[in-house]
Design a protein around this ligand. Structure first.
Ligand code: DX5
Ligand code: ZN
Length: 215
């Protein structure tokens, strides 16, 4: 069954607690938490203290997407803040991605690698045994509300076949420009988890939208 992970980047920052506490009843599976450092991407959001503040407000897994340089510096802080899943970018300044993924698992969280639209899936193939999930960006990271990049569908198909042929359980998560139309294409191509920011939080009825995204 497909999982839906609303991105709180598109929620009202002045009412973040209320937004997060409603997500489970609205049918969400994970809370997607976009961390931006103004360096790896041209935007700044929030960090471990926000995660810690939101943690008591939901039982859903918190899925932290680190769009930062030196992501391994933040593993312990996010574990302490109650994160369940931590994903790091292959294009970040982390030289030792394999070790960083191992450290995330050793800290007791699920680990994932993220690939930008320009990064071929070959960048994650030899990391798959260390990954609980791979996050394929379907927009260039930094902002919500952008359009889905159709080439992502070919990446999903290729990665799905690689994971299947190796008998692995790695989940494929898609992030950016997900709406009911692109969601259907991603699911057909083999995605397991869909992140949706503006689709969910700008919808008049977020629960209906989450249902529509499942197809
Ligand atoms: C973009 C973030 C996404 C973003 C998606 O850098 O990683 O999670 O919130 O927003 P939408 O769904 O509006 O494209
Ligand atoms: Zn994200």
């Amino acid at each position: 069954m497909i999982k839906i992970a609303p991105s709180i980047l598109s929620a009202n920052f002045a009412a973040m607690g209320e937004a997060v506490s409603r997500l489970a009843a609205q049918g969400a599976d994970w809370v997607h938490f976009d961390v931006m450092d103004g360096n790896f991407v041209p935007n700044i959001t929030f960090g471990p203290d926000m995660c810690k503040a939101l943690r008591p407000l939901t039982d859903l897994p918190i899925d932290v997407h680190l769009m930062v340089e030196h992501p391994s510096d933040w593993i312990e802080a996010f574990k302490k803040a109650g994160a369940d899943i931590l994903t790091i970018h292959a294009e970040s300044s982390e030289r030792h991605l394999h070790r960083a993924l191992q450290s995330i698992r050793a800290a007791g969280m699920q680990a994932g690698i993220v690939l930008n639209p320009a990064t071929p899936i070959g960048a994650c193939v030899h990391l798959l045994p260390e990954c609980d999930l791979v996050l394929l960006m379907s927009v260039n990271p930094g902002f919500g509300g952008q359009s889905f990049i159709p080439e992502t569908l070919n990446k999903i198909r290729a990665l799905r076949s690689e994971i299947r042929s190796r008998g692995l359980q790695t989940l494929i998560e898609i992030d950016g420009g997900v709406n009911p139309d692109t969601a259907r294409l991603c699911i057909e191509a083999g995605a397991d988890v869909l992140v949706a920011g503006s689709a969910v939080f700008k919808a008049p009825d977020p629960a209906e939208m989450i249902k529509a995204l499942r197809g």
